[in-house]
Design a protein around this ligand. Sequence first.
Ligand code: DX5
Ligand code: ZN
Length: 211
Amino acid sequence: MMVAPSILAADMLNMERDVQRMVDAGTDWLHVDIMDAHFIPNLSYSPALVKALHKRFPDLPLDVHLMMDNPEKYLDVFCDAGASVLTIHAEIGADAAALLEKIRARGVKAGLSVKPGTPAESIRHLLPHADMVLVMTVEPGFGGQKFNADMLGKLDDLRRMGYTGLLEADGGVCMSNAPLLRAHGLDVAVMGTAMFGSPDPKADMDAIHAL
Ligand code: DX5
Ligand code: ZN
């Protein structure tokens, strides 16, 4: 399984040091949460941080999670900034299929995220347009929340519906629930608190990779 440490749990004043620590530990991707204070009740980073991270760590795939309304205005901006994966939310009420195809047309992996209350069935028609489905395992907006195990069933539902693309889980993912997530078909584990707070991220990443 792959791992994508979420920089929400990094020390903002030591971002370079903390990301380097993840790179040295062998990370696959770096997860960057973009929050607009409308779609969810929190505010985080701008495209400038994505650009700066890409400049400093050009070989590190940036997994950008757009928790925002009207993402259509920013897709090109984040692609230009260096995103490798760009994920929009299914609940935004826009033409998600068109947005996912717009991301793909930029040569970037198109991700579709669902909040805990959004059933897999509601995105069935969008699955052919998604390279990755990000299943939120907490209510989006804040790091350090408790993993919602009911979401394991959503991973199963997606596979039962014939979805063969990447599955990512985000929220409360840690070393103890990672094997269970893998057993339910997970490909990418977003880990904020668990990875940035780990005393030995290399050992933990090796264990995740071995799942
Ligand atoms: C939550 C964010 C997550 C968050 C995960 O809304 O999308 O990426 O950083 O943090 P942990 O792993 O600490 O739950
Ligand atoms: Zn996220």
